[in-house]
Design a protein around this ligand. Structure first.
Ligand SMILES: *[C@@H]1O[C@H](CO)[C@@H](O)[C@H](O)[C@H]1NC(C)=O
Ligand SMILES: *[C@@H]1O[C@H](CO)[C@@H](O)[C@H](O)[C@H]1NC(C)=O
Length: 443
């Protein structure tokens, strides 16, 4: 029995010692810091405990020692204190990569930063919707919508907000403009071919696809391009100006907002009333710029290079714009007089269009849209495994790298994206001999 008791006592003493070593049942506190350690220590802190010299010293020989005497290592152990543990390296894990604390990385259009939040490392990101959305892109390409999507590199890294603000730029027409009656056309439906492409019918006369840059100027670019095409086609080559969209952007200020957008009816009004110079005289810069062209001047006073047509002195003007009411009217108009201008509602998936016949997929979480104006140059039909489809061939103003060499096809006859709702065209005022005589008679 006695032997057994002794064993129990030794075991419990060992247990206490272990507990002390691990600081388990002795609460933390500044035990020795006031009086120093070891040397002729005569205080309650130095009371021997089990096999130690003093309680404090043994207590201090632990990993956690912030509450111990500062001289423990040098006085009691006669050695230097171990170097403090290096702080753990703080990193965030994101998308399969590690980032150091404070590091900023751009993911598409959002900037993310590795930060410490409530003791945890987290990658905090902006929450912008980007123009290019990889989920939409892969859905479009995996399912059969009839068109394909791609990562247009100029749009990568930009917000959808920027896309709407700076890649479109046409204001929705006012109601009174929308109420404008379309012109009535008389023709036989048989006279309209199944396919038509202005580029093939009038080679060299159709304005090339332009790039508006990050400037909401589609209103100016589409107006100038449609007018240019019609000068070349209707004058039968007598006048083939490339009209200056910049002239509209810089000088058509009333009610218009330059790179922040404009109304088409106001742009055509400007072309009717004042006219514009040619591109060489005032090239496109993609920014608002100052209007350096006198409003009531002519090509000479504006110091433009004199055009080849000797009858041309005034700026290039058009007759009032008119509206086309339905699919076949639009086709007949293009066939007879050249490309027309259309307004369309742009959804997020459209920015990623690469080829095929576009139709809005309603993919994506953002339902933000904007209005854009484009130039319809032709039409056609196609039979694919998704069915028989009619389409418009349309020139966009996002450069040659976007879509099908800058063009896109969009379903025809169903007012897709409202593209058949507000279609405009105008007749050019060609400067010729008769025109000049007419002027002299009626100054
Ligand atoms: C998209 O294109 C940009 C620029 O070419 C590239 O940096 C980016 O990684 C591409 N994104 C995807 C998802 O392919
Ligand atoms: C479009 O309107 C014209 C009248 O301007 C009409 O003759 C024609 O049949 C209409 N076409 C369609 C497809 O409704």
């Amino acid at each position: 029995m006695g032997k057994f008791n002794l064993v129990v006592t030794i075991l419990s003493l060992l247990a206490i010692s272990q507990a002390v070593r691990h600081g388990l049942d002795i609460p933390k506190g500044p035990y020795c810091s006031k009086v120093g350690c070891c040397d002729s220590r005569q205080d309650e802190c130095s009371a021997p405990l089990l096999d130690t010299l003093c309680y404090c010293d043994e207590f201090c020989d632990r990993d956690v020692s912030e509450d111990c005497c500062p001289d423990f290592w040098t006085v009691c152990r006669h050695e230097l204190p171990p170097p403090p543990d290096p702080a753990p390296i703080k990193t965030c894990h994101h998308d399969g990569n590690y980032y150091l604390k404070g590091k900023e990385v751009k993911f598409n259009c959002n900037i993310c930063k590795c930060e410490e939040v409530n003791g945890r490392m987290e990658m905090l990101c902006d929450q912008n919707e980007c123009i290019i959305n990889t989920d939409i892109m892969s859905s479009v390409n995996q399912l059969s919508y009839g068109w394909t999507a791609s990562n247009h590199s100029e749009f990568w890294g930009r917000t959808l907000n920027d896309g709407i603000r700076l890649r479109l730029g046409t204001f929705e027409p006012h109601r009174f403009v929308l109420n404008m009656n379309p012109v009535k056309k008389i023709y036989s439906l048989d006279s309209i071919p199944k396919t038509f492409d202005a580029d093939d019918v009038w080679p060299g006369k159709i304005t090339r696809v332009q790039d508006q840059g990050w400037c909401g100027s589609s209103w100016a670019i589409s107006t100038a391009a449609v007018a240019s095409d019609r000068f070349a086609i209707i004058s039968r080559g007598l006048e083939e100006p490339h009209l200056s969209a910049q002239h509209l952007l810089s000088c058509n200020n009333r009610g218009q907002q330059s790179c922040n957008g404009g109304y088409l009816d106001k742009a055509w009004m400007f072309l009717k009333k004042f006219g514009v110079v040619n591109e060489e005289c005032l090239p496109y810069t993609g920014s608002t710029g100052k209007c350096g062209i006198p409003v009531n001047g002519n090509l000479l006073t504006a110091r433009c290079i004199p055009p080849e047509n000797k009858y041309r002195k005034d700026y290039y003007r058009t007759a009032p714009a008119y509206r086309l009411g339905n699919e076949t009217d639009i086709m007949f108009e293009i066939m007879k007089s050249g490309p027309v201008q259309a307004t369309m509602k742009v959804f997020q998936d459209f920015y990623m269009y690469k080829g095929g016949i576009y139709k809005n997929t309603h993919l994506g979480e953002s339902h933000r849209t904007g209005y854009h104006s484009v130039r319809i140059v032709g039409w056609g039909e196609e039979s694919t495994y998704t069915g028989h489809k009619k389409f418009w061939k349309v020139a966009n103003s996002w450069g040659h790298m976007w879509g099908e060499n800058g063009y896109f096809k969009i379903e025809r006859g169903i007012n897709e994206c409202e593209i058949e709702s507000f279609v405009l065209a105008a007749w050019p005022r060609i400067a010729d001999k008769s025109n000049n005589k007419h002027r002299k008679q009626n100054p």
